[in-house]
Design a protein around this ligand. Structure first.
Ligand code: HEC
Length: 409
């Protein structure tokens, strides 16, 4: 089964199990790889076609299936190899607009589009922000996607977790829930397939990590092709072609991107700008930062991690495994858990742990115990011990990137 991990918070987004399928070497002037499991695949193809046309040349499209087919999920090496060999550009890679992160060794074009998570409500009871939903509303989300985090800041809402975006919107359609928080391209895809289900309204979520840039990834050797792509995108933007192609998927630019830890309450103001249409503008803001190479901070002491180890064994191991490699719950160590591309911070994961875990008795442990367990998780993900203990408040506020730094020593 799908081993969930931090990266799977973005599963509908970063579906990157890059199993390259029957591929030849690219010869055409424009060649792209597209993820057939991504809800933006048709748009990505259409944009690539428009770029090729703009360059007055031909287009080769290599399909790959980005859904994980094994426990390891995607393999970055395979991904890099694909980008080096099979196409100049890998379309449709979402980059968190409030931070950034790319697979190591890869470069990204500036954003050609923007999309994100939206609040979907029935037209008859339309709401445009979480704070305007009636108290006690049940809100459907897809398993381990970013919006699962939003319940922490909106305790009056009830989470209804579904295996996929389609299942979540279907629950809304059947009136089992009052609203849903979903990846906009998935909603667009669902509504296209279910023509009868037209009675929905959707609005941008003004919440942390809700907005994403779409970029194309490329191997540094293909820098010239990437530059030509960017030039074409600008031209397509200027003549309105790009806006039309992006329109159903687009969300507006968010200048006040906040992280979960920094935003205990999402501001109600500004949250009700309707998403309908979007502005289709390609924001050139994708930062070309490769995370994961920095020095890991010393956030805890080894004595604390030792205590955390015992607390973990008692409270968490049953579901997450004695060695943190996962059982009924996902793995809590390794590059898929602490994946730089997911752009989560220590504070984000600590919020999940302290508010949702143990899954059977959420928030039932002492604050100090949660902090100790977090120390143990950090140790197991290769963070070095220091001489200051991690406190509950520090853990919650921590902006330290959650990145696997290798096996603990
Ligand atoms: C009864 C089983 C169970 C227990 C006990 C449990 N968890 Fe979980 N945990 C889960 C399940 C299932 C998920 C995935 C579903 C979800 O995200 O809600 C999960 C998700 C998580 C996640 C999110 C991981 C990711 O990559 O998405 C973290 C972190 C986590 N648990 C930590 C802990 C810690 C720390 C403890 C002990 C204090 C603990 N859990 C106890 C079942 C459990």
């Amino acid at each position: 089964m799908n081993h969930s991990s931090l990266s799977t918070f973005l599963r509908p987004v970063l579906s990157l199990a890059l199993v390259a399928s029957g591929i030849g070497t690219a010869q055409a002037a424009v060649s792209v790889c597209v993820d057939t499991s991504s809800p933006t695949v048709e748009m990505d193809k259409a944009i690539a076609a428009a770029v090729a046309k703009q360059q007055n040349t031909t287009l080769t499209v290599h399909d790959f299936d980005g859904t994980g087919d094994d426990e390891e999920g995607f393999d970055l090496k395979e991904f890099n190899a694909m980008a080096a060999k099979d196409c100049q550009l890998v379309m449709g890679f979402p980059v968190d607009a409030s931070s950034s992160g790319l697979p190591e060794g890869m470069k990204a074009t500036s954003a050609y589009g923007r999309t994100g998570f939206v609040l979907v409500t029935p037209v008859a009871a339309a709401a445009h922000s979480l704070s305007t939903l009636p108290e006690g509303s049940e809100v459907a989300v897809a398993y381990q996607t970013t919006p699962n985090l939003y319940f922490a800041d909106h305790p009056k809402l009830q989470a209804s977790v579904h295996p996929t975006n389609d299942a979540a919107i279907s629950a809304l359609e059947q009136k089992k829930v009052g609203a849903a928080m979903l990846w906009r391209p998935s909603v667009v895809g669902y509504l296209a397939k279910h023509k009868e289900a037209k009675q929905f309204d959707y609005a941008e979520l003004n919440e942390p990590h809700a907005r994403w840039n779409l970029v194309a990834l490329y191997d540094p050797a293909n820098a010239a092709a990437a530059q030509a792509f960017e030039t074409s995108i600008k031209a397509l933007q200027a003549n309105g072609t790009l806006g039309k192609l992006l329109d159903p998927y687009a969300v507006a630019v968010d200048d006040q991107a906040k992280s979960v830890a920094a935003a205990p309450k999402a501001a109600a103001t500004g949250a009700d700008n309707k998403a309908a249409g979007g502005n289709g503008e390609a924001a050139g803001g994708a930062k070309k930062v490769v995370t994961g190479s920095g020095e890991a901070a010393k956030l805890y002491t080894s004595a604390q991690a030792e205590r955390g180890k015992a607390d973990y064994a008692e409270n968490c191991a049953l579901c997450h495994g004695d060695t943190l490699s996962g059982r009924s719950g996902p793995a809590l160590k390794g590059k898929h858990f602490a994946n730089p591309a997911a752009n989560f911070h220590v504070g984000d994961i600590f919020t999940i742990v302290s508010q949702n875990m143990p899954a059977t008795q959420p928030a039932s442990l002492e604050p100090k115990v949660y902090a100790d367990i977090m120390a143990f998780l950090l140790q197991e993900n290769g963070y070095p011990a220091g001489d200051k203990e991690l406190t509950f408040d520090d853990a919650k506020a921590s902006k330290e990137p959650l990145i696997y730094h290798g096996a603990s020593k």
